[in-house]
Each structure stands twice: as structure tokens, then as C-alpha cells.
Design a binder for this molecule. Sequence first.
Ligand code: DC
Length: 222
Amino acid sequence: MNTKSVVVITIDGPSGAGKGTLSQLVAKRLGYHLLDSGALYRLVALSAHNLNVNFQDEQAIADVASKLHVKFDTTGDATRILLVGEDVTDAIRQESVSMNASVVAAYPKVREALLQRQKDFAQLPGLVADGRDMGTTVFPNAQVKIFLTASAEARAQRRFKQLQEKGVAVNMDELVSDIKARDDRDTQRATSPLKPADDALILDSTSLTIEQVLSAILAHVR
Ligand code: DC
């Protein structure tokens, strides 16, 4: 297929800026496919853990990444993620998996192993790609690039609310320091660090609602 005619919209930014929700909304509004690239790093982390692979062994983790047997099953608005046929949609969101995902994501060989798999998501009529390096590395020729950010405090506050709604007891100071630690790891790694592409529109969602950010993104797309 001639992928030049596929419209690609990249939405990059730090954890908790609202990329996931907004990417889903933009994809739905435009009838485009969706790539949740963070889920791939989470799947590598979960799979490596299940297989008892040593997290210090970059090559062994990269082998897990290249053999990843995953299916994204979308029915209506819901996507279930299947790893070797097992539904791991909720399992990959656990805190332990988040931590291991940021470790495996720092390995260049793992990023290389996942590169083509991510590019293959670019299918007609278009793709919304959510991640950290969508506009810089995976889809450098994307027609529309957004970098969505928010202050660490605002992101921690949103996470605090989500966890409270689930009945999980959390400490706000710990959430802020966890978010800052993850930001540091994502922005300071040597390969594909988190940073806006030169041609990205930078949106700060700190004091905006989801609807306001969605409108800004759709206006930019148009
Ligand atoms: O967006 P997320 O929290 O699901 O991402 C999980 C981890 O993977 C996080 O540490 C950042 C990393 N990641 C990455 O390095 N590159 C991407 N394109 C997407 C996520």
C-alpha cells in the first residue's frame, strides 16, 4: 500500500497529560485507526516478567519485543489487548508494569524491535499515534504533530482523582515525585527521548478541559 496517502496525526507528551483519552477521541471523531505505543512497551514488560527474563539483559528483552504475540481487539469503543490469546488489558496498567515498561523503553534494541510493528499501524484512512517519540522517530513525516503537556502537579492531581474513584488510597506527594521521576527517565534517555518534534504544536492542558484540548487539536488538524 502507498502509505503516503495515509494521514498520520502524532500525539506525544509526558505521562498523565491526557494523550490516551484525547487520542481515542480524535481517532473516533475522524474514523482513524489508533496506535497506543505505550501499550507495546507495557506488553514487553509484562511478557518479560511472565517469562522470567532478566530485566538487565537488553538483548533478551529485545527478543521478547520482536516475538511479541499481541492482538488489539476493537469492538465499538472498547479495545481489549490480547497477549498470546490472554486478555491483559487491565494487567498492563498495574504500577509494577509501568515501572518495568519505562526500564525496557530505555533499551535501544527494544525500541528498534518495535519500530516496524508501530509503522505498520499506518493504514487508510488515517492513524492517530499516541506516545513519546511518534513525531520525532516513528512517524517523522506525519502531517500533524501535537505535543501535549501539563504541569507535574496537574497530572498528579488527575491521577489522584482516577485512583480515588477506584478506591485506591494514594498520597499526593508520592504521586508528584513518581511522575517527576518518570519524566526524568523518559526525557533523559539516549534513544528517542521525550521531546517535541520541531514542527509540533505544543499544547499545555494544565488549565484546559478535555473538550477544550479536543477542539484545539481538531482545529489544528483542519
Ligand atoms: O504511555 P504509557 O504510560 O503507557 O507508556 C509506558 C512507558 O513506555 C513509559 O515509560 C514511556 C514509554 N514509552 C516510550 O518510551 N515510547 C513510546 N512511544 C510510548 C511509551
